[in-house]
Every structure is written in structure tokens, then in C-alpha cells.
Write a protein that binds this ligand. Structure first.
Ligand code: F6R
Length: 587
């Protein structure tokens, strides 16, 4: 989704800092970019469609500037073109915006009656015009921004420059993420921490409806009563280098290679000789898990484990559905929201609704201080560190790890500690195998199927999502036993079927289903922890056999790497697949 960066400082470095920041936010997904910067007390705006390089080619980096805002836009209102790109400027105001102003049509009507005209199809141009309209009455920037927080509906993170006060950069947010970062003689705003890590690791979080007034050496945050509020300064634990590629060809590959440590760090947070940092679950007798995409898939694994071992009913739903459904919960229900970014709009909306209904919530979140983390009653962080590739890998594995820990905790099972210590090496061994020869067998196919039963079906769903999102090959996951009720008609000679079997109690049945597709010409890739040698598969991927509570953490690794190799052979933009964004902050 859209990325925002902003700079104000005495080092006159504005253009470089803002452009560096935009490049670090590329992973969020975008289709145009732009910058507004001051020079000799004049504000200049440059915008371009497509990749940031198009914008860079039009910028003179020798220009000294002490104030700038930049933006990468992921189109929502109006096609991705130069006019619709940000920053948008109306009279004295120039803004960049992440989010959606839901009542922009209503605001536009009011502005049209007051002789405003518009060039773009965006809600952002309406927003900046409305700010200008109110400012003409209020004649005070803080009062104006405070006023618009009461009028704008939807979500917004805004970086704002006003020609009447070029000594300050302003920002305001509701729902969409925004941080304020502190440097020496310079300060910054950004959608996410990686955008400023090259310059500082100190930042503060802006809460909903708060307004930041930022100069080179001062940051003031105001609440809705326009009172100054004090904010904690946080320090990001990682380094700029750790969020960069470290010699790997792609972030996705680097992040998969970090999985052994991510597993270790996540486990160590919640379990050493005993459990720690885990909220008390004893009062809940049913659990709902709500999330989107891959995070939803970890919820499905969580459901399987918690129901089987802890005997607690678990209901799992994608957030965009859960939000609009009649949900059966009460004071004995714990609603678990799973999110890497902690900013996914649908997940956040569910969290707010559930909270309003007085139900307890637990956020399983990766980004520290993100909205889901802040709004949830309890938080369990996944210790995956900064994840840049749009397709999640290490954060997904960390979420699986948290669900394994929760299940162990609920059953007071401390017997796995020894086995847990072997997992990082086992992940590493899986990572170091060569999946390219297998990828070569399937990368030209138009359709690829994943099948499995029980917990393996949940893993199959994630394997299939990983493959399709980065390689653009149509891929579907099916419960192995369900295939013959329709989908099997799609199987023809050489259709790849990736069949997963790690559950001994179901393997005979799964193998029968594999034989059914094999008999119809499928090319079967068998992913298993079982010692089976037979002729019902063409290729076998062996995974080490571990306790079922830990098994999914190993099963997913070859599937992530297979997706990576297939996408690479197809020359896809692996870290930034088309149409996708890292953090989906619109509903
Ligand atoms: C897929 C992927 C997405 C996210 C989903 C939720 O690789 O990354 O499906 O899992 O958009 O995002 P978070 O976890 O940030 O809420």
C-alpha cells in the first residue's frame, strides 16, 4: 500500500532522505511516486508513473532542501497516472496521503459549491482542498488539522506542508500507520520504520487523531483537545543492514534463510524451562481466530492443534468476512487476531468491533507498536524482525511457532524442549537443499494443485498461495479426499499435484487420493515425513519427522523455496509481485 516519507532538517538533505525512504518502502507495493520539496522558500512538486527510478531520473539531487514529503501510491481512487499521483497541492497546502477518505464525495460537493475545482480523480485532492477550505476560516494550521479529524471518515496518514509555515512539517493519522522519527538537527515521518533506519533508529508512534508539528529540532504532538502530549521514544532493535538484502538475490530468499533464528527467537520469548510471557488462557472455553491471507492459514493450523490437543473449540475466519457476520461469542471467548504488519485494515476493523462488544482479544503480531498490537488486550509478538518481501515467509513460520507454543501451554506440555532445540538445524538443512530441479519440472505449467488432509491441508493452502502470488501460476489447494467430488476433472497428463502427507493416521487415505490423480496422468510431487517408497509419486521431498506440534514448521520450508525457484525461473518480480502490497491498509 502507499508509502509516506517526510524530512525537515538543518542538514538540507531532504531530497536524498525522502527518496531513500521511498525506496525502502517499495516493498509495500506501489504504481507511481512523487515528491514535494522546498528550495529557496519555494515548494516544487515532481511526480511520475511507474517505478521510483522514473521519479529519480527527473530529480536534481544537488538541490539543497530542508523540507520535503514523498509518496509511493498504490492506486485506489483513479488510475495510476501522473495527475493522480501524490503529493497533491491546493493553494497553500501540499499533502501526501495513505488510506481512503470514505466521505470524499460529500466533501467534494461542499467544495464545489465553494468554487474549488479538481484535476485528479483522487480522494486525496479533495482532502487537501478541504484542509485549505477550513484553513481560510480558522487561519491556524493546528486548529485546521484538528477540525478535519472530526470531519474525515475512513483512514488516513497525512504528511502536510503549508506555505505559511515552512519551518514545520505536519502529520496526522487515523488507522493508517505513521511514525515520527528523531534525528540530530533533523526529524522525519514515515509509514514504516525501514524508511528511516538509514538515518536513525529512534521513533515515536502517532495515535489516532493526534497531530504532529515537527521542526528540525523539535517534535510536538497534540491530542484532539489540542493539548501537548508526551510520547515514549522507541528504539528499533534491528539495523539498516539487517533490513537490507545482505548479499541475497531477493529479500524473500534472505528471509527464508533467517527462519532458523526466527524460530529460536520466537520460542525463546515464550518458553525456556517453563512458559513465560503468555497471557492467562484458563478462563476461555472457546477461541476465534481472525486474520487474512497467510496469517489466516496459520490460524487454520492453530485450530487443528488447539482442538486436537487442548480440546478447546476454535473457529477460524478471514477478517473481511468475520467483520460483517453475526458472531457467536461471549465473555468466555478469546478472539485471536493474527497479523504480520499489525496494520491490515480488515483485521484491525474486526479487532475494533470485537473490543466494542467487550470481548477479550489477543494479537499475534510481528511489528512492534503496530495498531493491532496496541489495540489488543494481550499481545504475543512473533520475533521475525523486519519482513520486506511482499510474500510472507519467516513471519508465517513465526506465527506457526506461536500457535505451537500456545498449544503446549494450554496442555502444559514441556516435554518437547529437547526436540525444539533440534528444529533450527532441521530448518537449515531443508533450506540448503536444491529445489531448482523440481521447479524446472513444473514452472511452465499453467495449473498446479496442492492436496493434503487435516493439518497438511492447511499447509497446502499456504504452499499454494506462496506459489501463485509470486509466480502467477494458477494454483489451488484441495482437501485430498474432496478432489474426486469435482476438481479431479481438471487433472490431465502432466498436471503437477503437490501432495503433502505428514499425519500417519491419515496417510493411507491420502495415498489412495494420490493414486487417483496419478492414474489420471498427474505429475506427483510427494512431500512427506514418512518412509514410503512406491511408484505413486514422481518426485519425493523428504522432511524430517518431528512431533506433530512442530511438524508444520518444517513442512512449509520446502514449499516456500519451491515457490521461490518457480517464480525465479519464470523471471517474476519475486519481492514485489504485481498488484500486491505488503501491508493491506484498505478494506
Ligand atoms: C501472503 C501475504 C498475505 C498476508 C495478508 C495479511 O504472502 O503476505 O496474504 O499474510 O495480507 O497480512 P498481515 O499478516 O500483515 O495482516
Amino acid at each position: 500500500m502507499c508509502g509516506i516519507t517526510g524530512y525537515i532538517g538543518k542538514n538540507n538533505n531532504a531530497i536524498k532522505v525522502v527518496m531513500d525512504g521511498l525506496e525502502s518502502l517499495e516493498y509495500r507495493g506501489y504504481d507511481s511516486s512523487g515528491i514535494a520539496y522546498t528550495n529557496n522558500n519555494k515548494l516544487n512538486v515532481i511526480k511520475e508513473k511507474g517505478k521510483i527510478i522514473n521519479l529519480k531520473n527527473n530529480i536534481d539531487f544537488n538541490i539543497k532542501s530542508n523540507l520535503a514529503i514523498g509518496h509511493t501510491r498504490w492506486a485506489t481512487h483513479g488510475e495510476p497516472n501522473k495527475v493522480n499521483s501524490h503529493p497533491h497541492q491546493v493553494n497553500k497546502f501540499t499533502i501526501v496521503h495513505n488510506g481512503i477518505i470514505e466521505n470524499y464525495i460529500e466533501l467534494k460537493e461542499e467544495l464545489l459549491k465553494n468554487n474549488y475545482t479538481f484535476k485528479s480523480s483522487t480522494d486525496t485532492e479533495i482532502a487537501v482542498a478541504y484542509i485549505d477550505f477550513i484553513y481560510k476560516k480558522e487561519k491556524d494550521i493546528l486548529k485546521t488539522l484538528n477540525y478535519i479529524t472530526k470531519v474525515f471518515r475512513g483512514s488516513y496518514a497525512l504528511g502536510i506542508i503549508c506555505n505559511d509555515d515552512l519551518n514545520n512539517l505536519y502529520a496526522v493519522r487515523k488507522t493508517s500507520p505513521l511514525i515520527i522519527a528523531k534525528g540530530t538537527n533533523e526529524n522525519y515521518i514515515a509509514s514504516d520504520v525501514p524508511a528511516i533506519l538509514k538515518y536513525t533508529n529512534k521513533y515515536m508512534l502517532l495515535d489516532d487523531y493526534e497531530i504532529a508539528k515537527i521542526s528540525s529540532d523539535n517534535i510536538e504532538i497534540y491530542n484532539q483537545k489540542l493539548e501537548l502530549v508526551t510520547k515514549d521514544t522507541l528504539e528499533f532493535e534491528g539495523t539498516y543492514e539487517s533490513s537490507m538484502k545482505n548479499g541475497y538475490e531477493h529479500f524473500m530468499l534472505k528471509e527464508i534463510h533467517e527462519e532458523p533464528n526466527v524460530f529460536k527467537d520466537t520460542i525463546n520469548t515464550y518458553l525456556d524451562k517453563d512458559f513465560k510471557n503468555i497471557p492467562g488462557f484458563s478462563k476461555y472455553n472457546n477461541i476465534h481466530i481472525v486474520a487474512c491471507g497467510s496469517a489466516y492459514h496459520t490460524g487454520l493450523v492453530g485450530k487443528y492443534l488447539i482442538e486436537k490437543y487442548a480440546n478447546i473449540p476454535v473457529y477460524v475466519e478471514v477478517a473481511s468476512e468475520y467483520r460483517y457476520k453475526h458472531n457467536f461469542y461471549d465473555e468466555k471467548t478469546l478472539v485471536i487476531l493474527v497479523s504480520q504488519s499489525g496494520e491490515t485494515a480488515d483485521t484491525l476493523a474486526c479487532l475494533k468491533k470485537v473490543k466494542e462488544d467487550g470481548i477479550d482479544t489477543l494479537g499475534i503480531v510481528n511489528v512492534v507498536g503496530s495498531s493491532v498490537a496496541r489495540e489488543s488486550k494481550y499481545v504475543m509478538y512473533t520475533k521475525a524482525g523486519c519482513e520486506i518481501a511482499v510474500a510472507t515467509t519467516k513471519a508465517y513460520l513465526a506465527q506457526l511457532t506461536v500457535f505451537s507454543v500456545i498449544t503446549m501451554y494450554l496442555t502444559n506440555n514441556k516435554t518437547l524442549i529437547e526436540e525444539i532445540s533440534t528444529i533450527p538445524t532441521l530448518i537449515d538443512n531443508l533450506i540448503n537443499k536444491d529445489y531448482k530441479p523440481i521447479a524446472k519440472e513444473i514452472y511452465k505449467n499453467k495449473d498446479i494443485f496442492f492436496i493434503g488432509r487435516g493439518i497438511d491441508y492447511s499447509i497446502a493452502m499456504e504452499g499454494s498461495l506462496k506459489l501463485k502470488e509470486i509466480s502467477y501460476i494458477n494454483s489451488v489447494a484441495y482437501q485430498a479426499g474432496e478432489l474426486k467430488h469435482g476438481t479431479i476433472s481438471l487433472i490431465e497428463k502432466n498436471t503437477p499435484v503437490i501432495a503433502i502427507s505428514t499425519d500417519d493416521t491419515l496417510s493411507e487415505k491420502t495415498i489412495s487420493n494420490i493414486k487417483e490423480v496419478k492414474a489420471r496422468g498427474a505429475k506427483v510431487i510427494f512431500v512427506t515425513n514418512q518412509n514410503i517408497n512406491d511408484n505413486f509419486y514422481d518426485i519425493k521431498i523428504d522432511i524430517p519427522r518431528v512431533n506433530e506440534l512442530l511438524q508444520p514448521i518444517l513442512t512449509i520450508v520446502p514449499l516456500q523455496l519451491l515457490a521461490y525457484e518457480v517464480a525465479k525461473l519464470n523471471k517474476c518480480d519475486i519481492d514485489k509481485p504485481r498488484n500486491l502490497a505488503k501491508s493491506v491498509t484498505v478494506e
